[in-house]
Design a protein around this ligand. Structure first.
Ligand code: ATP
Ligand code: MG
Length: 227
């Protein structure tokens, strides 16, 4: 198990991720090193983007693919924005950023979205790195075919407030922990701020913020008619 900053206490001096990474096996043959950052991205926000860039840099990846989930089974109990809308926001956020790409394979697939299917759809000559917030990593054991997931991809864990890193390390002993500032931001917060008419402009890429306003996503609930 590799932990770059075990406590994820923001007051702890940042350890040097590079030196820890240099002890890991380097790129094998000519395999493309692909990072996969999946999510509902409803909407995509700066913590997603910062996690992608940190993974690109610290794990020496060739690219990071942002893959919006089509029909995420974990969120079957809540209303999601349509897949096309979430895909478009993801496109707007990563457009033109070197090393970043959007991949629509999950929204194009019918039925529930399972990460195992996504990983299996990559060719063998790609070395895969699955980038997960600590909350998601902690639940990985409950995922469909989770053994396949951990065999096919190296798990890169991003710190998330409220999730104990040691608990993640216990359940995923081979995971690699990225050395990243803890950002207390979620899409839920952004949806709620928007619905309450509160500002959130700097938590998002400007183009995504504009898209939300232009398309009336997450409507202001203060004006909703009472029944
Ligand atoms: P929601 O509140 O709707 O669940 P979210 O902000 O958690 O949204 P998701 O699309 O659910 O975003 O998450 C995609 C991935 O990004 C997950 O692995 C999640 O853990 C990670 N992630 C999201 N926000 C953060 C954050 N602030 N810090 C670290 N990881 C994050
Ligand atoms: Mg989430």
């Amino acid at each position: 198990m590799w932990i770059l900053n075990a406590t994820w206490d923001v007051s702890t001096p940042i350890s040097h991720g590079r030196s820890a990474w240099s002890r890991l096996p380097g790129p094998i043959l000519d395999l493309v090193r692909t990072g996969i950052l999946g999510g509902t991205f409803d909407p995509i926000h700066i913590a997603h983007l910062h996690a992608g860039e940190t993974a690109l840099h610290q794990a020496e990846l060739d690219r990071v693919l942002f893959i919006p989930a089509g029909d995420p089974w974990q969120k079957a109990d809540r209303d999601l924005s349509p897949a096309a809308t979430r895909l478009e926001m993801t496109r707007l956020a990563v457009e033109g950023l070197e090393g970043f790409d959007v991949d629509d394979r999950e929204v194009s697939r019918d039925g529930a979205t399972y990460t195992a299917d996504t990983l299996e759809s990559f060719p063998d000559d790609e070395e895969l790195f699955l980038i997960l917030g600590a909350d998601a990593a902690l639940g990985l054991e409950t995922w469909d075919r989770h053994e396949l997931v951990t065999q096919r991809a190296t798990i890169l864990v991003v710190p998330r407030p409220g999730t104990d890193s040691m608990a993640v390390a216990d359940t995923l002993p081979d995971a690699v922990f990225l050395d990243m500032a803890v950002l207390e931001i979620s899409s839920t917060d952004i949806r709620n701020l928007t619905r309450d008419g509160q500002p959130c402009r700097w938590l998002l890429h400007g183009a995504v913020h504009y898209y939300i306003a232009e398309n009336g996503l997450y409507p202001d609930r203060r004006q909703a008619p009472r029944d």
